[in-house]
Design a protein around this ligand. Sequence first.
Ligand code: ADP
Length: 765
Amino acid sequence: MNNKLLVLIINDMVIFPNNEVRIEYDNLYDSQMIDIVNKIEDDLMLIVNPIDEENIDITSFPKYGVLGKLKLKMNVPNGKTRIIIEGISRVELSSFVEDCNFFKADYKLIEIKEDDECKNYFNILIKSLENYIAKVPYMGNAILGQLNGMNSLDELCDLIVSFLPLKYNDKKKYITTVDPIERCKFLIADMNRDLKFVELEQKIELEVEKEINQSQKEYFLREKIKLMQQEIGDSKGKDSEVVVFTKKINKLKCSTKVKDKIKREIERYDSLNNNSPELGMLREYLDWMLNLPWNKFTKDTDDLNKVKNILDSSHYALTEAKERIIEYLAVKQNTNNLKSPIICLVGPPGVGKTSLALSIAKSLNRNTAKISVGGINDEAEIVGHRRTYIGANPGRIIQGIRKAGTANPVFIIDEIDKMTKDIKGDPASSLLEVLDPEQNSKFSDHYIEEEFDLSKVMFIATANYVEQIPYELKDRLEIINISSYTEYEKLDIAKNHLIPRALEEHGLTPLQVQITDEAIMLLIRNYTKEAGVRELGRMISSLFRKIVKKILLDKNKVFYNIDFFVVEELLGKKKYLYTETSEVDEVGVVNGMAYTVFGGDILPIEATLFKGSGNLILTGSLGEVMQESCHIALDYIKSNMDKFNIDNKILLENDVHIHVPEGAVNKDGPSAGVTITSALISLLLNKKVSRDVAMTGEITLRGRVLGIGGLKEKVIGAHRASIKKVFVPLENEADLEEIPKEIKNDIEFIKVSNYSDIYNYIFKR
Ligand code: ADP
């Protein structure tokens, strides 16, 4: 152990053996100490990096330090003193004392014996160093020059660490760690960490550089295109669209999945060449995606009384339909069940199916969407075309939703009974996915590609004929029938709804124009032929247009009373004459009853007989079903000749001719069975059937009378034709309930289950 030396405390740098450092100071303490070192201590001192830099006392000194030698001391112009100290050797310190404000300690030089292991580490360390210098750009290779002749690991470690760009705290351990192998390991670890950092840095730099190059290139190209566009007068480029798209997507309320997808597509759009054929398609797609009401909802009115009032005030009658709608809404509200079936309003045209659905929307405070699926045979119409398809578009469902502007509109699907099925697919099954509450929360349109939640949509379908609704769809629907209006109902609708509405639309007041009931009835009977009131509405409008013209031309006449004659004067000759019964009762002529989209009418069937050999001749526009009915009727009669008292010979020596007079009615139904039979028996027995009688019912080979559809409409038609007695199948007994009272007062209904009931009634008396 040598004599005590002064301790130079350094807090910001580490001096290693065989390493010189330059220090500048201007404080008295350091200056006094260096003076002592210089003058008394032979320029020697102990350099120490304290463990605790804050509170320096003898306990804060480490066990090891460096013996240093003052090599140079000079005053520099800035008033400071510069010294150069050389590290001589690592030393073990002990017996620290404080003497006149200076610290002193004993020291012992550390001798290190190096073995083969050290040699190996020496070589490894050299290799690591070379690799390090090669890869780390800020590490110069000056250090390599100092390696010549060096073979001690201890010295090598001290040399390398003095060059490494390590932080002060990381360097300190290299003084206090005596074992050179340990220090060598530290060095390799520190260099590797540095290397990794440098590699990462280089990678990032490379990427950034690449990006900058690319974006610079794009920037220049874009600027060039802009200039060219300006040159040809087309300055509205893609860039401004991207800005608009980006603004929109930031505001759009939708799931993150959809948002991400749109963002990706915007980026793709942005990156596309301005001449790319994809540009237009992608713009169109983004336009769809950004304008769909992904998360936009209206809040439902929960006051069912209010709903009821709105339905009542917008639509006359339809009591049953309204009641069922309110019930449906009540259940839906009460159970909050989104899985309730879809309402389907079924009835002839113009009876208010669509307008009632619109009123439901209004009363619930929902937006509306309306599509018609009549005539479509391609499922892409429902679910859209894939984007790859030229001219692709979303299907009608998504189109409707976009128009509605909310994700919970009342969605009216018109003419659900008029879809067809062919090689292009089955639109009904696609529609099933749309309507099925189990599936429609994840409705996927081929064009849109992302799922759209339709579960909050209230679908209302409409159809004319319940039988023609595809079976699988019918299963999901809650059918609400709306039947034809009677003349009296039409009169009420006209007075309470159509006329006030039309007056307002034409800027007229009820005081200016009055219209008599007879005039309205004339419109109903002879200017329209329909089950509903659409045509009637149009006739009333046409009447009012003419009145407005008259008022404007003839300023003296401000009031108009429209009666029977004014209607004829303004609208011209009657347009429709309903089928009337023959003037007199005739053999072989019996009134049937028909139900068509125009409502009901009577359908007189004629049969004649002439010499022949028992052939059946059919004329008139009879469909297949009706022809079959004729054969069944004749065969039924043939097998009951005795019962009906018909002479056998008649049919052997004659041909029978059945004719259904032409008319605008669809005669293709089996319900004329009983009428054909009656016309034939009338002919064969040569007995007249009263023209006040009408009948309807399908007949079987054994004479059973089966139920038919559209009884109410048929009866309304019969009533208009002044029929007094109607034979109806017993099976339709329940439908008689629906017949308006004023008709029941005028017509006698006879329910039959077998044809012999009719026979007994009309031929036996
Ligand atoms: P549909 O969809 O059954 O073919 P619409 O709903 O288009 O018939 O109705 C045709 C027109 O008749 C509409 O102007 C509607 O307001 C009117 N209308 C139908 N039924 C009624 C009714 N019961 N009360 C008032 N207006 C009615």
